[in-house]
Design a protein around this ligand. Structure first.
Ligand SMILES: Cc1cc2nc3c(=O)[nH]c(=O)nc-3n(C[C@H](O)[C@H](O)[C@H](O)COP(=O)(O)OP(=O)(O)OC[C@H]3O[C@@H](n4cnc5c(N)ncnc54)[C@H](O)[C@@H]3O)c2cc1C
Length: 512
């Protein structure tokens, strides 16, 4: 018997069968097995309550999750209509006609470590007036719409060491994850109320619309925007970001893939008069959506704007109201909220599924082994780390709206009232020197977070980095400047070479 087993078996109920619910079920089960902790797992979902029906872009963490669940990438790609994502192309954010790319690979991982040299590759690029995206292999793969593999001796070999991300069909991912589950009891019912312990406030059992009661030691709320347990039963308050994130409505729609064109390997984030439009390709279609401020546009006006832009009619699939923010405490009593039940900002930078995975991994790492013995301090620390993660996402997304645009009431209002004090304080600091890793906190036990790697392309793309400061930093260390020049040239050439070797994205996907 292991130490973990001595804590005894534990029963856990997950409510919600969307991406968050099924990811939670599979990762929880895998980690319990690894730890030797016995859990009885039940997932309650309702065929009467649809999943959100959007959420089609991930970050690179998703590939690691597939690996840890023993899922073959080929299998995943083929069954979810998924395509490869190397980053985001931001169009018209800084000003009309301007665009920049945000690749998600790490150029520093391919270069020598230089103690105390800060973000020297980026600093050199800024000083030299070159894009910080240039030395990234994912920039070159994005530009050429290339697959992550090259053909060698009759087989496909990976072209880079970095995890790419995915675009996919959200509904098919749900089915795919569900198909991988075994030894998980599922119930199709709506959770209506709960019995709670009068002393601790903990949930003892859930009462379903079928009349059934389901007891458990611990509950995970993955009920999406309904937040049935964390808010509905536990009464956790909502921390709103509505004063910082200016978009609050989404109009998703699909357009056809052009069969004569490559399938893009990036999310297209295209700024509009009152928000922005996402374009995310699967192998079957392009999933799009206008995320806008309804203080500036009605849904009809939003649709008309997009139809004018695209030059053809569209059929909106939904009208989604976004109340951006997070629950104050994701872990309340014996309930943990994950996915949309815990927070949502807006789709930019695909923080939602990423944040769900990080929160879940952090929980499993810190608490699964001893779940049932946690102290109030353990919970407070976990809640603080999660709150910090989402607040950091808010600041990162807020940064994208620091724009030169003043061609609509929306962009003027954003400049006047929506730039958060944290964003202003950071920009004041970075007006004097280049950003460095110590500017970014990571209270997530080293799990991936929005740190300088993701900030640099956005800051550079928006023209928010101080070239004179970068030149001074480089001038103070001529040896480093020469080394940085050689490294950037080498990485840029290597990236171009890799892209030349790589297979076509479209052709590779078709071959799977
Ligand atoms: C416009 C928009 C665009 C987005 N784009 C992205 C993106 O590009 N990348 C990204 O990472 N994320 C994105 N997201 C977020 C993403 O959609 C979610 O993180 C992801 O789909 C997980 O959703 P979920 O499982 O939390 O909730 P849902 O998919 O809503 O699932 C909720 C589940 O709970 C069940 N349920 C609800 N109430 C009850 C009840 N009382 N009893 C029983 N069952 C119940 C439902 O049946 C369902 O199974 C986007 C979100 C929106 C709104």
């Amino acid at each position: 018997m292991t130490a973990a087993d001595s804590l005894g078996p534990i029963s856990i109920v997950i409510v919600g069968g969307g991406t968050a619910g099924w990811l939670s079920a599979l990762l929880l089960q895998a980690e319990a097995k690894r730890l030797g902790r016995t859990i009885a797992l039940t997932l309650i979902e309702s065929s009467k309550v649809p999943t959100i029906g959007v959420g089609e872009g991930t970050t690179s963490i998703f590939g690691g999750v597939l690996q840890s669940l023993g899922i073959e990438e080929r299998d995943f790609l083929a069954k979810t209509d998924a395509t490869i994502k190397y980053g985001i192309r931001h169009r018209d954010w800084r000003r009309l006609g301007h665009s920049y790319d945000g690749p998600i690979d790490d150029a520093y991982a391919l270069a020598d470590r230089i103690p105390n040299a800060g973000s020297w590759i980026d600093t050199f690029c800024v000083a030299a007036g070159r894009s910080v995206a240039d030395p990234h292999v994912f920039s070159a793969l994005m530009a050429g719409n290339k697959a992550p593999v090259a053909r060698s001796q009759g087989r496909d070999v990976p072209i880079s060491q970095f995890h790419h991300a995915y675009h996919f069909d959200q509904a098919k991912v749900g089915q795919f994850l569900r198909s991988k589950a075994c030894d998980i009891k599922t119930i199709d019912a709506v959770v209506q109320t709960a019995d709670r312990d009068p002393e601790t406030g903990h949930i003892k059992s859930l009462c379903l619309d079928t009349g059934e009661r389901v007891d458990a030691d611990f509950f995970i709320d993955c009920t999406g925007f309904r937040r049935a347990l964390i808010a509905g039963i536990m009464g956790e308050p909502w921390v709103s970001y509505a004063d910082t994130l200016p978009v609050n409505r989404a109009m998703p729609f699909w357009i056809d893939l052009d069969p004569t064109q490559d399938i893009p390997t990036y999310t297209h984030a295209w700024a509009q008069s009152s928000g922005w439009m996402w374009q995310i390709p699967t192998t079957e279609r392009i999933g799009c959506g206008y995320v806008y401020s309804d203080a500036h546009l009605t849904p009809d006006q939003a649709q008309a704007e997009i139809e004018r832009l695209l030059g053809h009619p569209i059929e909106p699939r939904n009208d989604i109201k976004i109340n951006s923010g997070r629950v104050a405490n994701v872990w309340s009593g014996n309930v943990l909220a994950l996915g949309l039940a815990s927070s949502f900002l807006e789709p930019l930078e695909a923080t939602s599924i990423h944040g769900t995975i990080v929160s879940l991994l952090l929980f499993l790492k810190r608490h699964l082994k001893t779940l049932g013995r946690e102290t109030p301090l353990d919970k407070a620390r976990y809640n603080d780390a999660n709150a910090g993660q989402v607040d950091d996402f808010r600041d990162f997304i807020n940064l994208h709206y620091v724009s030169e645009r003043d061609d609509s009431a929306f962009w003027r209002d954003v400049a006047d009232g929506f730039i958060h004090q944290n964003t202003r304080a950071r920009l004041d600091l970075w007006a004097t020197r280049l950003p460095k890793s110590s500017d970014f906190a990571n209270d997530l036990d080293g799990l991936p977070h929005v740190e300088e790697l993701l900030h640099y392309p956005v800051l550079d793309g928006l023209g928010l980095l101080n070239r004179d400061a970068a030149k001074s930093e480089m001038a103070a260390n001529p040896k480093l400047r020469q080394f940085a020049r050689d490294t950037v040239d080498h990485l840029t050439n290597q990236a171009k070479h890799a892209a030349l070797q790589a297979r076509s994205h479209k052709e590779w996907l078709a071959s799977l």
